[in-house]
Design a protein around this ligand. Structure first.
Ligand SMILES: [Zn+2]
Length: 305
């Protein structure tokens, strides 16, 4: 797959291959052309992919699975199109300042976030024209997209189910080896697990992730592996917590990212938020206990060597 290539998925539905093969900070888009209407889902494919498509003037409708900038950084190229965003993200959608304060900490960190999405994704403000909510249907010609609410990653994250094709546009339930991301104040580890199980129950024949190649086989195993990353993160934390650690110590040890190489101030913040979610769950399960400095594993919970 080459950036900008349109790969046929089914019927009038095509994958628009993103820069860097759809890897963050870009994503793959999905183009649907049906009944004289052309819709583009998640234009975060990078400027070199989107500029020629925008110049063709054929896109009538842009749909964002959620308000993360790597899924809508190219919305601003399609000023003539209808732009639909999830209802739950309406207040901040397309507004760099509001998004930065929602997804990072207001102040210096939000400023770093704004610089990151501007310089590395080409994100520019845009004005959404409408919203959708879980349970609703979006029609593009005769193609139906059922909106499936899948919060956890962000509060507004949605997948799209195309029943005519047994196809799920899974957005950031992306089934990558990195595993799920839940690094914002509004994110929820528990909801991530529930959302993966919700899309599993749809029994998709084709899963189109925003950040990897479309998948037709082995979906159950891929979902197990994706959720298995969460258990691995728990085990890494329990290993670190054989000694007493503070939240800051744990975030610095980086059991999720492995290191904070690119944009360290942001990845450190997101890592801390994700580690905090695991600690809350491990505390509730009785695997760790609170200590004067932070946390420590309950001895029986220590993993065997
Ligand atoms: Zn996202």
């Amino acid at each position: 797959m080459k950036p900008g290539e349109l790969v046929h998925l089914a019927g009038p539905v095509w994958l628009l291959v993103g820069q860097r093969q759809g890897a963050f900070p870009f994503c793959h888009g999905v183009l649907i052309e049906d009944g004289g209407v052309t819709a583009l889902v998640d234009p975060g494919c990078g400027p070199s992919v989107l500029e020629p498509l925008a110049a063709s003037g054929r896109v009538d409708m842009v749909i964002n699975s959620h308000t993360h900038p790597d899924h809508c950084s190219g919305n601003h190229f399609f000023t003539q199109a209808e732009i639909l965003v999830p209802q739950a993200g309406w207040e901040t959608a397309g507004d760099k300042t509001r998004l930065s304060e929602r997804l990072a900490r207001p102040g210096a960190l939000a400023r770093a976030w704004r610089e990151f999405v501007t310089l590395e994704m080409g994100f520019a403000d845009f004005r959404p024209t409408g919203t959708f909510a879980p349970g609703q249907e979006i029609k593009i010609g005769s193609t139906v997209l059922q909106v499936v609410g899948t919060p956890g990653h962000t509060a507004d994250h949605c997948c799209f189910w195309l029943p005519q094709h047994g196809m799920l546009l899974s957005a950031d339930i992306d089934l990558t080896p990195f595993g799920p991301f839940y690094g914002h104040r509004e994110s929820s580890l528990e909801q991530v697990r529930a959302s993966v199980e919700k899309v599993r129950r749809l029994r998709p024949r084709l899963l189109v992730s925003a950040h990897r190649e479309p998948m037709r086989q082995g979906l159950d195993q891929a979902m197990d592996d994706y959720l298995g990353v969460l258990d691995k993160r728990d085990r890494r934390l329990l290993r670190l917590l054989t000694k007493e650690c503070s939240l800051e110590d744990l975030a610095e040890a980086s059991p999720i990212y492995g290191a904070h190489r690119s944009r360290p101030e942001l990845t450190r913040y997101w890592e801390g938020k994700m580690v905090g979610q695991h600690l809350a769950a491990l505390l509730a399960q009785g695997h760790i206990q609170a200590t004067p400095r932070g946390y420590q594993a309950v001895p029986s919970s220590e993993p065997s060597p």
